[in-house]
Design a protein around this ligand. Structure first.
Ligand SMILES: [Zn+2]
Length: 178
């Protein structure tokens, strides 16, 4: 039996890069074989990964830096309160434009407010063909690119916005989920 309930949620998940957890660390402590890493990562199904918009690698924080881990990376960088204010402005911008947040935009409504520049559209098309990304990915990348453009105060989606959105999808499956 299958039941459907209304739900709107944001999934934030974390996993180690390999079975021992040290892959990619500058210390070079990882002894996992490529096959072990592949087997470990294959535990998460392609269709599930395909529904995750942003993949971010988080390097280990040296113990000496832990005390300052929550301060801006640069003394002149934005603090959390500044970033929260920026996000509030961008959310308001999205509401004004489409009556909802970008995350809730689908299909035609998303295409209508995407405003891809010709160069950005051609880059996105090339990348999709080269990486054999799934059809589902197209709208997910477009939605993220729209948000990056909003953060950049840009009405249109330009090449740099598409490039950043695609970069954030590294780790997503590249073959069709069937
Ligand atoms: Zn390892």
């Amino acid at each position: 039996m299958q039941a459907q309930y209304p739900a709107r949620f944001q999934l934030v998940a974390a996993m180690n890069p390999c079975p021992c957890g040290w892959l990619g660390d500058a210390g070079g402590a990882c002894r996992c074989t490529p096959a072990q890493v592949e087997q470990y990562r294959a535990k998460i199904s392609g269709p599930l990964l395909d529904r995750i918009d942003l993949f971010v690698e988080v390097p280990r924080v040296p113990v000496a830096d832990l005390a300052s881990a929550f301060l801006p990376a640069r003394p002149d960088g934005p603090c959390t309160a500044d970033l929260a204010a920026r996000v509030a402005v961008v959310r308001e911008r999205q509401q004004q434009r489409s009556g909802c947040l970008n995350s809730q935009l689908a299909g035609r409504q998303l295409e209508a407010c995407a405003c891809l520049s010709p160069a950005a559209r051609s880059l996105l098309t090339d990348i999709f063909e080269q990486l054999r990304l799934t059809a589902r990915s197209w709208h997910r990348v477009l939605r993220v690119a729209r948000t990056i453009a909003d953060l950049d105060d840009s009405d249109g989606i330009e090449v740099a916005h598409v490039a950043e959105a695609v970069q954030l999808r590294r780790g997503a499956p590249v073959r069709s989920p069937g």
